[in-house]
Design a protein around this ligand. Structure first.
Ligand SMILES: [Fe+2]
Ligand SMILES: [Fe+2]
Length: 287
């Protein structure tokens, strides 16, 4: 079977429509407010059948159950996470297979990736059910394959950093916010289901913390490259510096880091600071 596949080769049926990823914008050292606006115009989830799409002015605002946009925004969020779980399954599956001939890699690496596949396949089912629960359907919004892109590095240490530490770290933050929304909406199905999935994601982030250390032990150059890759991916997931901004209505941070969950997954205070500091400089924004 073919190894080291690209995101173009992912199998999807005709329900799915794909959007491009503006990788240059996401990895830039400095962005302008205009760049940010066109990024959000491009990336906002588009509902294929209805008029309703995410509005620029709502980006960076915490979602509350009483918001008019809440029903569609929650459908979009569940759809986005469903797609992310599917790509996490595909990425971990590829990491089980791509390195079977690599004698330098302990078999326990594949074992952990196989365990992750088992979990991610359950998560795909859980989010498919949650999407039903909030009245959405598979294929309702466009898909971007950003997650899988970071699972395509040739170096397994970069894969576990990009996917397990950076992306699944982001998932912990998103899930924390979804649990918060579910509790505010008194929707036990949402918050309890997402809480169960979060427990698995803590394990996956921990895989990233452990394997990135083990695989670069005694190889400072490889470790340097892996840390550099981690910064790049963390920057991409700062979404042009929008994370860490404040919701103008409530003065609360937009999608704050899930500190407690990240610490359970092996993040130190310095690691958390690295994630916070990963955002690009935004030109034209006064401090
Ligand atoms: Fe997952
Ligand atoms: Fe995961």
């Amino acid at each position: 079977m073919h190894k080291f596949m690209t995101s173009d080769e992912l199998a999807r049926d005709d329900r799915f429509v794909r959007t491009d990823i503006p990788i240059d914008f996401l990895t830039a050292d400095e962005v302008t407010l205009e760049d940010l606006e066109s990024f959000f115009k491009m990336m906002r989830p588009k509902d294929k059948d209805a008029e309703t799409s995410a509005r620029i002015q709502d980006l960076g605002k915490r979602l509350r159950p009483e918001d008019d946009r809440a029903p569609v925004a929650m459908q979009s969020q569940m759809h986005g996470i469903f797609m992310g779980e599917l790509q996490a399954l595909e990425g971990a599956g590829r990491s089980c297979w791509d390195y079977v001939d690599d004698d330098a890699l302990p078999w326990k690496f594949q074992f952990d990736m196989a365990r992750q596949c088992w979990d991610e396949s359950r998560h795909v089912e859980i989010y498919s059910a949650l999407l039903d629960h909030v009245g959405g359907q598979i294929g309702q919004f466009n898909e971007n394959v950003m997650l899988f892109e970071f699972a395509c590095s040739d170096d397994p240490a970069e894969r576990v950093v990009g996917v397990n530490r950076c992306l699944e770290g982001l998932a912990l933050d998103v899930f924390n916010e979804t649990i918060r929304f579910g509790k505010a909406a008194a929707d036990e199905t949402i918050w309890q289901s997402v809480d169960y999935v979060s427990a698995d994601e803590v394990t996956h982030v921990r895989f990233g913390s452990v394997w990135s250390r083990v695989l670069t032990e005694n190889d400072p150059e490889r470790r340097r490259q892996v840390v550099q890759f981690q910064r790049k991916v963390n920057r991409a997931f700062s979404f042009g510096g929008l994370r860490g901004a404040y919701d103008s209505r409530t003065d609360e941070e937009f999608m704050p880091l899930a500190i407690e969950l990240r610490k359970l997954a092996g993040f130190t205070d310095d690691d958390i600071k690295d994630v916070r500091d990963a955002a690009p400089k935004i030109q034209g924004l006064t401090a």
